[in-house]
Design a protein around this ligand. Sequence first.
Ligand SMILES: [Mg+2]
Length: 364
Amino acid sequence: MMKIEEINVTAYTVPTDFPESDGTLCWGQTTLVLVQARSGDTIGLGYTYADLATAKIVRDSLAPVVVGLDAMSIPKAWQKMRAILRNQGCQGAGAMAVSAVDNALWDLKARLCGLSLVELLGACRKSLPIYGSGGFTSYTDDQLRKQFEQWRDEGITRFKMKVGREPERDRHRVRVARETIGPEAELFVDANSAYGRKQALDAMECFSLECDVRWMEQPLPPADRAGMRWLRERGPASMEIADGEYGYDPAYFREMIEAEAVDVVMADATRCCGISGLLKIAALCEAAQLPLSTHCAPLLHLHPGCALPPLRHAEYFHDHIRIERLFFQGFPKVTDSALAPDLSAPGIGVSFNSEIAERFRQNF
Ligand SMILES: [Mg+2]
């Protein structure tokens, strides 16, 4: 038996390049919690973007129940981690801690098998379509233009921007974005729950009519599933409603799907109890005939994204691209608005640049 011998957790906080905000939050830094799972000389990498409290949960609660288990039996580790969090709660930070460990275990298993992760999971496509995601509400028109132009020049054909902080200014900002990317590119907006129901309906009609926006993400607080369904029934037929980034376990997604709240399910393997959780959510989407789109952490979703039939595309998120390109050697280049996994490298195909990361390291 190849045992999981060690779970090592570290955390790194990286400042953003400019102040950032969306419809409901402002931020100036991002923390990556990295888990390295070791069996013999082989180390698997997994991570989440979360508060330092998540790293403590990994160290104090999860590592003790995972060390000693069979590295081939990820479902066993997944069950044990979720069980030990019963009293603390397995949502939020708990689920993000499980995610970081679970993701490391998948990379470890693939490396131990001498396979790329997508080969271990079973591929259904060669590359993962992506969309550029940024367009923060804190940006000037010039910053917005520059960011989208850079992605356009890299060959990206889908773009997402934040809306909802200053609704009167959004009409203008969305027009600036459309003019920058041209009439053929796909344009998405994300309100991060900034709207009320009727306000959201107004915004959807306006963005659709004036700028051919095809995707409205999280118009309402995620708990207002009836409101999301109300919007789906009344909004422009060419505009899809997407949500799911705050889903921390498969049950959340079952309820969201049953409520007919979304046209596209979004899920994040750094939150939904890891790649193991994502596989279950993909099965729910397949059964419900709904497309799936992954949220943030593009590197982590690359291999699973090429193995999940209902997957449509992945979010190529500005903050996370910066961190993942800096910290992980082997992050692939964008080709035809997609990322292709390197099948010749084991696991997720990257190594961790610990020397570069060191200056961002946090104590916990
Ligand atoms: Mg979002």
